[in-house]
Design a protein around this ligand. Sequence first.
Ligand SMILES: *Cc1c(COP(=O)(O)O)cnc(C)c1O
Length: 349
Amino acid sequence: MSYQYDVVVRPSSGLRLHLNENTAGCSPRVLEAIRSVTRHDAAFYPDYDRAIAACAARLRVEPDRLLLTNGLDEAILATTVAALRDRRVEQPEAIVVMPAFDMYASTSDGAGARVVEVAVGGDFVFSTANVEAALNQNTRLIFLTNPNNPTGQIIPLDEILTIARRAPQALIFVDEAYADFSDVTLVGDPRAAALPNVIVGRTFAKAYGIAGLRAGAIVADAGTIDRLRRIVPPFSVNACAAAAIVAGISDTEYYDWYLEQVRTSKALLYDALARLGIRYWPSAANFVLIHLGEHAQRTVDGLAARNVHVRDKSRDPACPGCVRVTAGVVEHTEACIRALEEVMCAAGS
Ligand SMILES: *Cc1c(COP(=O)(O)O)cnc(C)c1O
């Protein structure tokens, strides 16, 4: 079985609601910061003092519990390398709760782990028992996404902590790519801070809208951060991204505005989906998973023909018939809803 990540970045035009990006773009302050990067900033290896200070203040953690990464994807890679370092285990295992973000299986399989796929639970409600049933002495890595992509569902923090305590031999990677939208986080939670095997990953790609610049962060116990520091290259985050982190964090007004746009967009989507009789799962993130069953492909194609691009997840056995729609700027969501209504009407006539 191949776990290679299927890169879907196209199309470059139309309404991109397929990758959960910030549909408004980054804060204008980020662009100003990049424009003021000097010839010498470009020539010198970057200094991260300001970016680390800004990020630590934003997340309210001590800087020694924080490591900047080249996107959250690099945090996944570094954690995987750290987890698989123990040579006493002949066949290390990585638990992935399905449906899941594709990078977990791709990275851990690529690094030599056996990928153990665990079903999330009925109606996408997280089942701790399912994860516990898959645990054994070879378990070295457990990926938990909170809120989950593509379902938008929250894992109660207690459940994550229970799993972390049950599996001290493993690193628990808690992917909080969408925690800005859910406001549920293990960052700053004293119970998580006491567990050296809990690693929280964050990103500036989604709420801050700098996916193209690549910027993420890891928060963990200081000793665990030291383990990861030996793996993440020392200049992994480029000078423009480092400047963008500082500028993005400083513009709280823009950030709050975008979160409000996402909340309103989700409410509009829920109303429209209810009106159209389409099943959906209320989401804690900046996207909504909807169920179109056998009409998934036709609907995705119909939307694409109207220049609205959504993510077809219908062939994923863990969420059959489902499609994921990014909820960003309200105007974009309204355009998506109009296109969806057209596609549904065309089908009904
Ligand atoms: C988008 C996403 C990432 C990747 O974040 P980058 O910072 O762009 O690397 C990681 N995990 C999940 C669940 C995501 O949806």
